[in-house]
Design a protein around this ligand. Structure first.
Ligand code: SF4
Ligand code: SF4
Length: 194
């Protein structure tokens, strides 16, 4: 009985191997997962496409590499706060006055001295894209990013040089000091007049 079972199992394994061996001769068409033929093609064979020369189209709702349109970012920090793995690192500097508008008309009052996203830590949950008030942080269809150094997966979206950031900080501090001095002078004047 054991001998028959052995032969039956070996035959099943062998026929499966032979089936896959010959199935690999059929070419696979490039279709999206939403195509009704997508899974039927997989039944025909186990062959893959010739990546990276050929690439499967990515689904529209796919979650891939993040991108930030900095001109539309108001540096509100919401994306960084909601990120479950803390992979967004933003350093904001208050401006002394409005510094422009985003494409949806929102006034910009903060500079981004730093806006880094560590894609090596990102778990592609998409929460940051949902909370963004100006919809400037988005998931692109880029999925094949390969790097030699892990640190290269930290994407830096701010291009503000450190000396410019220091200048902006100094300007804001100066404005605050002037406001404080004016407030103090007004209070002293009021007390003197009383
Ligand atoms: S997709 Fe999720 S894990 Fe990645 S940066 Fe956005 S909030 Fe963080
Ligand atoms: S939530 Fe949007 S606007 Fe706010 S800091 Fe993040 S990317 Fe910029």
């Amino acid at each position: 009985m054991k001998l028959i079972n052995g032969f039956t199992t070996a035959w099943k394994g062998l026929s499966l191997t032979v089936k896959h061996l010959f199935a690999n001769n059929s070419a696979r068409e490039i279709t999206t997962v939403s195509d009704s033929n997508y899974f039927k093609q997989l039944e025909k064979g186990t062959n893959t496409i010739q990546y990276p020369k050929q690439q499967l189209p990515v689904p529209e709702i796919g979650r891939y590499q993040l991108d930030v349109e900095m001109d539309d970012c108001i540096v509100c920090d919401l994306c960084a706060k909601v990120c479950p793995v803390d992979c967004i690192d933003i350093e904001a500097i208050k401006a002394t006055e409005a510094i422009g508008q985003t494409s949806d008309g929102t006034t910009k009052r903060l500079y981004a001295a730093k806006f880094d996203i560590d894609m090596a830590k990102c778990m592609y949950c998409g929460l940051c894209t949902i909370v963004c008030p100006t919809e400037c942080i988005v998931m692109t269809n880029q999925y094949d990013k390969t790097v030699f150094e892990l640190s290269d997966l930290v994407y830096e979206f701010s291009d503000m040089p450190p000396e410019v950031a220091a200048e902006k900080r100094a300007l804001f501090d100066k404005q605050q000091a002037e406001k404080q001095a004016a407030k103090l002078a007004a209070m002293q004047k009021k007390e003197g007049g009383a």
